[in-house]
Every structure is written in C-alpha cells, then in structure tokens.
Design a protein around this ligand. Structure first.
Ligand SMILES: [Zn+2]
Length: 303
C-alpha cells in the first residue's frame, strides 16, 4: 500500500454565490476558477476579473450612456431655446433629471448588477462550460501524474460550480491518498454518492474517527444501505459502529438508529458506550432502551 501524503489544504473562500468562484482572464479571454493566479493558460497575472466586476462595468457603462443622453438633450434644448427663461427652466429640469437618474442608479445598482451577471453567464454559458471542461481535464491529468493535492485543490474550487458523480469520485481518489487529520477542512456531504463505492466507505470511516460532527443522516443511511459490502472490508463492523456512533450527536438520530446501534454495541469504544448511556433518554422505545443499557453494563464490565 502506498504511503499516505501529509497535506495541508488551502482555505477555500466562502462566497455568497457559486459564480464568485469564477473569474475571467482578459489576457486570453478565458474563464477559470479564482484560485488560478496567474492564469494557467496565458500565464499573465493580475489580468483576471471577477464576473461581478464585469457586470458592474456593464451597469456603469449603461449609466454613463444614460447620463450622456441627458446632457445631449440639455445641449439640444440650449440650441433651440428661444429665451433665457426657457434655458433656465430647461437647465433646472435637466438637473432634476440627473439627480433622479443618479438616485435610481444608486438605489437599484446592486439588483441591476445581479441581473447583468446572470445575463452574462447565460450569454457565455457554452464558453464557460468548455473552459471548465478543460480545467476538469487538467485535474484528471494531475491525478494521473500523482499530483493528488494539486488536483484536489482544483476540484474543491471546480465543484463549487460543477458538481457531479465523476468529480466526487475523483475527489475521493485524492482524499484516499491523504493522511487525514482533525485540523483539515474535511468534507463529507459533498462527496456522497448514490452507489456503493469502497473509496467512499473508507473515507467515511476516517471522517467518523476524526470528525463525528460531519456524520449526518444521509451518511448513516449510506453505510446501512451498503452494510453487506462494508462488512467485507477489514474492520467492517468497526466501520459500521463508528459511523453509527455519529448518531449519538442528537436525540433524533439516536432514536432513529437505536436498533441498528444495539447490534454494533460490542464494536463501540468504551467512551461511546458511556456517552450512549448518558443520553439514553433519547431512545423512546423503553424495552430497547433497557436492553441497550443492560448490554452496555456487560460490555463495560459492570454488574
Ligand atoms: Zn489568461
């Protein structure tokens, strides 16, 4: 078995919208993820802009065009006006229009930018898709070359925009090459798959040992659904028990999986058994609760 890599992941920025992970390189006119600096295609640094920035520029240009029309209308009025009174009234009217127009721009700028951003993505969806597909191919190449960390970092960004089973499987390929630690920003919900996958089962086991708080209903259901396959693994019972141990986080989960837990009590560490006894009230079935408590007493060596 190959030795696991000791890794450190970059901090993935948290944005309001997935589109914030996408940038546009003005050097080679391609779309790429925001982590790629300088641009991997043209190598130029500091020529990438966010899509939000492009939308803002478009909105600003529209505003300036509108302002230009108002000024031109005022100039036209100045030429055709027959008296100073008409010029004065026209000037006041233009100033009021400019103030109102500026006020409306400032008031609705954000909503307008959002609309422009959506319009831009719709209009360039095919190009964005092709550029992201190229990056996806690069990720696969990196994996083939054994650069699991580099590929995983890219996949984390890419999956903010494109999420499919293939990407999840490749993420798992990378994750299974890492020596996982509690301090790493581990993911779980974003790598779950519909079908049985041994890489995922092994990864879930690692997460269950390190970060029980990530084990949720979907993860427990996955392990129980493919229990027969899990049990073919070395330490299969420990894997099921460890994941079921995640149910001790909440009364809802404990009550839901109490029957399954009972079956795996011998594989739970003493600390988990004591914790289960402490929160036994979460099990609504009285007979089942009594049975579990009695088994725990036997397992921890009490009378
Ligand atoms: Zn470029």
């Amino acid at each position: 078995m190959t030795e696991k890599l000791v890794v450190q992941f970059d901090q993935l920025p948290v944005y309001d919208s997935p589109l914030d992970y996408l940038a546009y390189c003005m050097g080679c006119n391609t779309y790429h993820m925001t982590d790629q600096k300088p641009c991997i295609k043209c190598g130029k640094a500091d020529v990438s802009v966010s899509l939000e920035c492009i939308a803002e520029k478009t909105v600003k240009r529209h505003f300036l065009n509108g302002m230009g029309i108002l000024v031109m209308l005022h100039a036209l009025m100045f030429v055709v006006s027959m008296s100073w009174i008409a010029i004065l009234l026209g000037t006041v009217y233009t100033i009021v229009c400019i103030v109102l127009y500026g006020g409306i721009y400032l008031r609705y700028k954000e909503a307008y930018c959002k609309k422009e951003l959506e319009k831009h993505v719709r209009a360039n969806s095919q190009r964005i898709k092709l550029d992201l597909e190229k990056q996806w191919e690069e990720c696969k190449e990196q994996i083939n070359k054994g650069d699991y960390l580099g590929a995983y970092e890219k996949l984390r960004y890419l999956s903010q925009l494109v999420d499919n089973e293939e990407i999840r499987v490749y993420k798992l390929v990378c994750l299974n090459h890492f020596h996982l630690r509690k301090d790493l920003p581990l993911e779980l919900k974003t790598v779950l798959l519909p079908d049985c996958n041994m890489l995922l089962i092994r990864y879930i086991y690692e997460v269950a040992k390190l970060k029980k708080e990530l084990i949720d209903e979907a993860t427990i259901n996955y392990i129980l659904r493919y229990r027969q396959q899990v049990l073919t693994e070395e330490k299969g019972e420990e894997i099921v028990a460890s994941v079921l141990g995640g149910a001790l986080r909440s009364k809802f989960l404990l009550n839901k999986y109490a029957l399954a837990l009972k079956e795996y009590l011998p594989y739970l560490p003493k600390e988990r058994l004591l914790r289960l006894r402490k929160i036994q009230d979460g099990i609504s079935d009285e007979a089942l609760r009594e049975e579990i408590i009695s088994q725990i007493a036997t397992l921890v060596g009490e009378e």
